[in-house]
Design a protein around this ligand. Structure first.
Ligand SMILES: [Zn+2]
Length: 270
């Protein structure tokens, strides 16, 4: 089981969870998408981390934050960049706006450091693809087209030396799948990926080796009436939130969510 997008620092009992995940053979990409979360995830005893700036905080980041972000990435050569991207629910979404600027800096970081890029998109997937092309990601890292991509992957023998765009919680259509596959894109599917008609029609076009599954679990996953956060429910450390959920219960629940998502995909195939 490999959860391709998880926010361990936002879950209940984060320090105990890491050991419980290991004991349960639950592997994951640990996503950290704002400064407090970088700090928390950087010290966790786990592989496969990602450090980035989420569009929800794009208006708040400083030059100093970018320096810190690059520092975390350079000190962990296997880390991905992200999650980052565009989200129409947050300020700065417009064309040439702040979200775009913050995203592009991270695309360039991923390109230059040769890292996978975890992409968040609520809104225009076409704009994301256009921005990746404008930044020549991942082409400028020595790739062009799917044929060359697989050749490089074969020669390097290591997934990490070939940077790939990862469409997290994928919600795009068939056109996006066709445009992104030649970039070596990975499509990380969430239960929500199976809700939209146009995405449902696109998923069967994705080759199996480009498909992953995720829970995107964070502080909202185990929120109850008592501990629901104000606003959109994100951006705060979870503290004692959802403490009524024991460590084993959290692991079990995530396993069930991951398996349920995978079976949605299995059922779509037949
Ligand atoms: Zn996320």
């Amino acid at each position: 089981m490999f959860d391709f997008h998880l926010h361990p620092a936002r879950l209940p009992h984060p320090e105990k969870l890491i050991g419980a995940f290991k004991a349960a053979d639950y592997c994951f990409v640990a996503i950290a998408c704002e400064p407090w979360e970088w700090e928390a995830v950087s010290t966790m005893d786990t592989n496969n981390k990602a450090f980035g700036i989420h569009p929800m905080v794009a208006m708040q980041v400083s030059e100093d934050d970018f320096k810190k972000l690059e520092g975390y990435l350079r000190s962990d050569p296997s880390a991905s960049v992200g999650e980052c991207g565009l989200d129409k629910r947050y300020p700065g979404y417009g064309e040439n706006g702040m979200q775009e600027a913050v995203f592009m800096r991270q695309v360039e970081l991923a390109r230059d450091l040769r890292r996978n890029l975890q992409i968040h998109c609520v809104g225009d997937y076409g704009r994301i693809v256009a921005l990746l092309k404008a930044a020549k990601f991942p082409d400028a890292a020595g790739l062009s087209g799917s044929a060359k991509f697989s050749e490089v992957a074969r020669l390097s023998g290591s997934a990490n030396s070939v940077p790939r765009p990862v469409f997290h919680r994928f919600g795009g259509d068939a056109g996006i799948v066709r445009a992104a596959l030649p970039m070596g894109a990975i499509f990380s599917l969430h239960a929500d990926s199976f809700k939209k008609k146009s995405t449902l029609a696109a998923i069967p076009l994705i080759p199996e080796q480009n498909v992953r599954f995720e829970t995107d679990a964070d502080e909202t996953t185990f929120a109850t009436k008592e501990n629901t956060f104000a606003g959109d429910g994100r951006g705060a450390a979870n503290g004692d939130a959802a403490a009524e959920y024991g460590v084993e219960q959290v692991v079990q629940s995530l396993k069930e969510r991951w398996l349920a998502t995978k079976s949605l995909w299995d059922n779509l195939k037949v």
